[in-house]
Design a protein around this ligand. Structure first.
Ligand code: GDP
Length: 459
């Protein structure tokens, strides 16, 4: 793909800040920078100042816009593998905007979302899974998800996919020879040999697919819903976990009307907590919307925290909610242990068999650590040991792996049925292509657009 235009965007987050960075990439980057920038002293041409910070001013016609530091990085040793210029100016809306406009007036166009990274991919600096790792690094909410993304960017997932794919490449080559030159003296490839390879490939793919269950949680968070009658202490719990008062705590029943979403970090697991209006029948319209939303999020949750008030007997409403849990991943949290207890574990288990029960006092912040431990156990079965292994965290990668596995399985069946090699060859090719989708070796323009749309502008 031939890229002949120059793009520009603000690389820093919008808003008031110490500095802002306007970044250009493309064949005209240097030319444009030379037109709008004048150094205070020294050579006027930035091409003589590669990889140096040059102090000066950006001008619009003859008027100074801002005092800046400019760096020119010559291709191909840049992020995009194109000529790149970065202008460090004062942060804030106006300064960066004026510089951006000056750059555009001089021949660049505003970059699309993720276009710098897309160019890095198209110019062969990184593969597609590495480009996706960059989004994950930016979005990482815990150390664990950051570490995994970092390893992906370094290329550990790509290397593993390449290794698997190389085996299929070899097999495809042998198959081609066998098909094209059936009478050659070359040792013919045997069905047995190919089957052995396929089984190995399938084992590797299976391992990667299996890592997704935890990988997805570490990347996207565990969607957790806190349910329970009004006043059991849901907001207080959320506050205790967040350790700062973002949710409203109130004694008036049903005031947590809208759904509040917050991320918290529990033992390296990002929990995306949704606090709800509580499940109950109500005539109040505003509350009805809240309750309806609650039920929906309950259904789509990865984990339900069902709260009870230990100072009150189980109500029929409590019993109904407990019975609703079924085989959902759930923790029964009995709150207000600072008050005399009116609920036993046996009573609770009558309605929700086998679910772990944890007793806490949100008010006195007691037992929260037990809750955290239980969540950790549930998600990771005790440890974060998988962290060192290669972990698939992206649903797109997982789906491609599943399709590759399927194709290998078809190839294996074809070989077992002694079907002609050229038919089995198609399955080999399908598997090989699917793996290529992960790294971007085989990829369509549409898919690229979808992936890079997830980025922010300026990345
Ligand atoms: P929600 O309606 O379920 O969100 O409940 P809130 O968090 O708003 O709490 C309702 C009331 O119970 C408030 O007055 C809280 O201070 C009180 N509360 C919450 N947790 C505890 C607790 O552990 N012990 C006691 N004694 N009161 C609590």
């Amino acid at each position: 793909m031939f890229i002949d235009d120059t793009i520009v965007a603000v690389a820093t987050a919008p808003g008031e800040a110490g500095i802002g960075i306007v970044r250009l990439s493309g064949p005209k980057a240097l030319d444009i920078a030379n037109k709008i920038f004048k150094p205070i002293k020294g050579n006027t041409d930035l091409s003589m100042q590669v990889r140096k910070l040059v102090y000066g001013h950006v001008y619009d016609q003859d008027k100074v816009i801002d005092e800046v530091l400019v760096s020119y990085m010559k291709k191909p040793h840049t992020f995009t593998r194109e000529d790149v210029v970065e202008i460090n100016c004062h942060g804030g809306y106006i300064s960066v905007r004026k510089i951006l406009e000056a750059v555009i007036r001089n021949g660049a166009r505003l970059a699309d979302r993720g276009e710098f990274t897309k160019r890095a991919f198209l110019n062969g600096r990184i593969d597609l899974s590495q480009a996706e790792a960059i989004i994950d690094i930016i979005n990482a909410k815990t150390n664990a998800s950051f570490d995994i993304a970092q390893k992906h960017l370094e290329g550990n997932l790509s290397a593993s996919i390449k290794q698997i794919r190389d085996k299929l490449t070899m097999d495809l080559a042998k198959i081609t020879v066998a098909i094209d030159f059936p009478e050659e003296d070359e040792p013919e490839v045997t069905y047995e040999e190919l089957s052995v390879d396929l089984r190995e490939v399938m084992t590797s793919i299976k391992g990667l697919i299996a890592s997704f269950e935890t990988g997805k949680i570490l990347r996207d968070g565990l969607k957790t819903v806190i349910v329970g009658k009004p006043n059991v202490g849901k907001s207080s719990l959320l506050n205790a976990i967040l350790k700062e008062s973002r949710a409203i705590v109130t004694e008036i029943e049903g005031t947590t009307r809208d759904i509040i979403e917050e991320y918290v970090n529990i033992g390296g697991i990002p929990l995306k907590i949704v606090d709800t209006a509580g499940i109950r029948e109500t005539d109040d319209l505003v509350e009805k919307i809240g309750v309806q939303k609650s039920k929906e999020s309950f259904e789509s949750a990865d984990l339900v925290i069902m709260m009870l008030d230990s100072s009150r007997h189980l109500s029929s409403q409590d019993q109904d909610i407990l019975s609703l849990l079924g085989d959902k991943k759930a923790i029964i949290l009995v709150n207000k242990t600072d008050l005399p207890s009116m609920v036993t574990d046996d009573e609770i288990h009558n309605y929700a068999k086998g679910k772990p029960i944890i007793r806490i006092s949100a008010l006195e912040k007691k037992g929260i650590d037990l809750l955290e431990k239980e969540i950790e156990n549930m998600v990771l079965e005790g440890s974060l040991k998988t962290q060192n292994d290669i972990m698939v965290t992206n649903a797109r990668h997982k789906m491609a792996l599943e399709r590759a596995f399927e194709a290998c399985s078809d190839a294996l069946t074809a070989l077992a049925d002694n079907i002609p090699l050229d038919i089995a060859e198609t399955d080999f090719k399908n598997a090989w292509n699917e793996l290529g989708h992960i790294t971007g070796d085989t990829v369509s323009e549409d898919l690229l657009d979808t992936i890079f749309r997830e980025f922010c502008i300026g990345k």
